[in-house]
Design a protein around this ligand. Structure first.
Ligand code: IPE
Ligand code: IPE
Ligand code: MG
Length: 240
């Protein structure tokens, strides 16, 4: 495996739609929450693998604006897991020089979760290795609407004019301001859709879908995705 990695171009920014936790649990006759728990372990390992591979940005979809529609039991279990893993993540981030950033509308969470998110960001802000971005209560459309609201306010208060607004300026109002667009998107468990993820940012991202369920994802699967990425001819609308 090491030899194979040596010859690979490592994408700067990898975005992941982690999917299949529920199916993983169902296959084993377990409640869905077991799949989420195992999925958190996979997130931890993937952060470490990505940092060691030299990926600069890893953005993982943890909870969408649509996921509130799930049963209150499942949402409750996810919130509990979130509380628990924020503490673990702080340790992992410190041990691996990882900077953590959350995107999405955090105001909808309970105050202790908001405090935990702020603490994670604050205490890892000077780390210089991988930037680990977690999308929670995140929706691409919601992000764009929130950005538009801020632009309108800035317009009314004289900080922004219509002429000034271009793609670069627009992007600076998104939650991902300062973060380059993803080079590679990985979706696990076979679904061929974006599920409201990074709608603006994925404009020219290479897509990779694997049937592997998220709790089964590992370094080998990550390298498979990066290998597929290495075989792509990126174009951005031009020709070679
Ligand atoms: C992804 O796994 C985790 C979240 C969306 C929180 P799912 O819970 O969507 O698992 P499946 O798609 O039902 O298998
Ligand atoms: C996408 O997975 C959201 C996250 C991974 C957090 P979903 O399982 O919620 O997406 P759909 O419902 O299959 O589109
Ligand atoms: Mg799913």
């Amino acid at each position: 495996m090491e030899n194979q990695i040596e010859n690979l171009v490592i994408p700067q920014h990898v975005a992941i739609i982690l999917d299949g936790n529920g199916r993983w649990a169902k296959k084993r006759g377990l409640p869905r929450s077991f799949g989420h728990k195992e999925g958190c372990v996979t997130v931890e390992k993937t952060v470490e693998d990505a940092a060691r591979l030299g990926i600069k940005y890893l953005t993982v979809y943890g909870f969408s604006t649509e996921n509130w529609k799930r049963s209150s039991d499942e949402v409750g279990a996810l919130m509990q897991l979130f509380r628990y893993y924020m503490v673990r993540l702080l340790k992992i981030a410190k041990a691996n020089n990882v900077r953590v950033k959350m995107i999405g509308e955090r105001a909808r969470f309970d105050q202790d979760i908001i405090d935990g998110i702020n603490r994670l960001e604050e205490e890892t802000r000077n780390n210089t290795g991988l930037t680990f971005v977690i999308a929670v209560n995140y929706g691409g459309r919601d992000e764009i609407v929130r950005a538009a609201r801020k632009m309108i306010t800035d317009g009314i208060e004289g900080r922004l004019t219509a002429e000034e607004l271009d793609e670069k300026k627009f992007a600076s109002y998104l939650d991902t301001a300062q973060i380059p667009d993803p080079d590679l998107l990985i979706r696990t468990s076979g679904e061929l859709r974006l599920s409201n993820y990074l709608l603006w940012q994925l404009a020219y991202t290479e897509l990779y879908v694997t049937d592997c369920l998220w709790p089964d994802f590992n370094k080998e699967e990550l390298i498979k995705a990066i290998t597929a990425y290495n075989g792509r001819e990126r174009r951005f609308g031009g020709v070679k």
